[in-house]
Design a protein around this ligand. Sequence first.
Ligand code: UD1
Ligand code: UDP
Length: 369
Amino acid sequence: PLIHVIAAARPNFMKVAPLVRALRAEKWCETELVHTGQHYDAAMSDAFFRDLSIPKPDHHLEVGSGTHAEQTAGVMVAYEKVCLARRPDWIIVVGDVNSTAACALVGAKLCIPVAHLEAGLRSGDRTMPEEINRVVTDSIADLLWTPSPDGDENLAREGRAQCVERVGNIMIDTFEMLRDRIEAARSYEAHDLTREGYGVVTLHRPANVDDRDTLTALVDGLVSVAAETPLVFPIHPRTRKMLTTFGLLDRLEAAPGMILTEPLGYIDFMGLVTAARLVITDSGGVQEETTYLGIPCLTLRPNTERPVTITQGSNRLVAPSDLSSAAHAALATGRRTAPPPALWDGQTAARVVASLKRRIVGAAAGTEA
Ligand code: UD1
Ligand code: UDP
């Protein structure tokens, strides 16, 4: 059987790395990696293939950026051609980006079974493009691999319980796979910082960065936090574009304590996160990584599709106008040592492979018998 694994954007690379490695070690299947090209800058794509030892993609769709319709349609047209030529037996999509939903749709229309890794997450906020991608993908996929019990509950409510298998959080596999290199990197030293003497910032959600007033409020908050504790801020390309458009980049550059960088590779970035005193973000994956590590995280969003990060006690939702006071409080609190959620244990890729093998080899054995 031929399995396609789809990767498209930065947060996908951490999810496919352990999966492709585990699948390629199996004798009963052949695995091809498909890169849709949704992210294409060296710092948003190549850097992760290098850091995470992801093999070169077997198919590169080179779709690039565009409006939602252009990007989703571009991926569908290009991936359908690959599917017709290669006829995969299963398609694995991960996460919640436009390419996730696009490839799931292609598979479903060609009657190729689709499995979704990181299924069941719901913010309940349909103004968020990712929420639409999650709902669409989970309603048409044949196998739904969830990271946490809230995912199972959301899918049961949507009538999809029969397709659910809880496998845990694949991003922890990646972190554990690279933990030694991340710790050895001491990437904070490159910025003349000391352990737990700084914060890390990431921002890229359209609701935060595409709106002038919101982005201005966020910049005000960040400038005030940086005056107290140095902040390292690797800037996502969408955010850099909007900071420039709104004339806010100079202000950030001039702010005392603010260290701006290009987007960082995984080892450098996680090297900074593991030794940070505080993380300020609107990323999905970073909420989970800080929860796993027990690092205080302020999430600049009104909701989260990852509620365990809140119940675990590391993550807090914060409005832009409250950033400075929330950061002050979080800096005073320090780290937590609660154990990570169940199945966030570095063994998720193995559970995914076992689940797929049961479906494919088990189904074939059933047919022969
Ligand atoms: C996408 C995902 C989002 C995910 C994020 C991770 C969707 C709807 N959004 O958002 O869920 O959290 O990736 O980082 O799928 N750009 C570059 N170089 C690149 C990629 C993008 O310059 O390599 C710029 C382009 O101007 C582009 C803009 O960033 O128009 C947005 O890129 P896009 O992939 O559409 O969405 P992201 O904001 O990156
Ligand atoms: N990340 C990284 N370098 C950076 C910023 C983030 O390696 O400069 C990693 C981060 O550790 C996490 C992933 O990128 O593993 C999250 O991706 P992103 O925030 O782009 O997307 P989201 O998770 O919000 O969809």
